[in-house]
Design a protein around this ligand. Sequence first.
Ligand SMILES: Cc1cc2nc3c(=O)[nH]c(=O)nc-3n(C[C@H](O)[C@H](O)[C@H](O)COP(=O)(O)OP(=O)(O)OC[C@H]3O[C@@H](n4cnc5c(N)ncnc54)[C@H](O)[C@@H]3O)c2cc1C
Length: 123
Amino acid sequence: MLHSLHKIYPTIDIGAHIIGEPLTVSWEADPNFMGAFKNNLPGHYRYQELLFGHFVQDGFPEHQRGLFLVSDDISFTAYWAEGAVTTALNAVWGVVHHLGGASHPDNPGPGDMWSHLAPIRLS
Ligand SMILES: Cc1cc2nc3c(=O)[nH]c(=O)nc-3n(C[C@H](O)[C@H](O)[C@H](O)COP(=O)(O)OP(=O)(O)OC[C@H]3O[C@@H](n4cnc5c(N)ncnc54)[C@H](O)[C@@H]3O)c2cc1C
């Protein structure tokens, strides 16, 4: 990478700004690694549905409320930016709702529309 950057910016010594030994951690070494874009395999739907919908917590026991997960991992389209953004927006609604707030009536949030938009729950 430094070699390539030097070709693009020959007058800038990027290497001089490196203050530590670069460390690469491969997710392929993580336990249960499934590869990129493989978090939605057959059989995963029930987990994905639970993860994606966890921001609507009114039906949760009291002691399980208040933790909101966000990221492409939580989305239905694992490892795409869109899912990262939508789950973040969902969590914002969840936090606001958890703290007693509400969306503007003319601009309902994802939790307000949940009964219409929620993914199908399998039996
Ligand atoms: C090579 C590549 C190409 C891609 N191309 C596309 C594409 O074309 N289109 C598309 O839609 N998506 C693409 N993606 C996927 C997209 O980049 C991700 O889905 C998106 O960035 C996920 O956003 P996120 O906020 O969920 O997670 P991340 O962007 O991974 O953010 C997580 C953040 O948490 C930080 N973090 C981790 N641990 C800790 C800790 N303990 N304390 C504090 N901070 C911590 C990390 O440093 C990171 O900044 C690509 C991804 C890769 C790797």
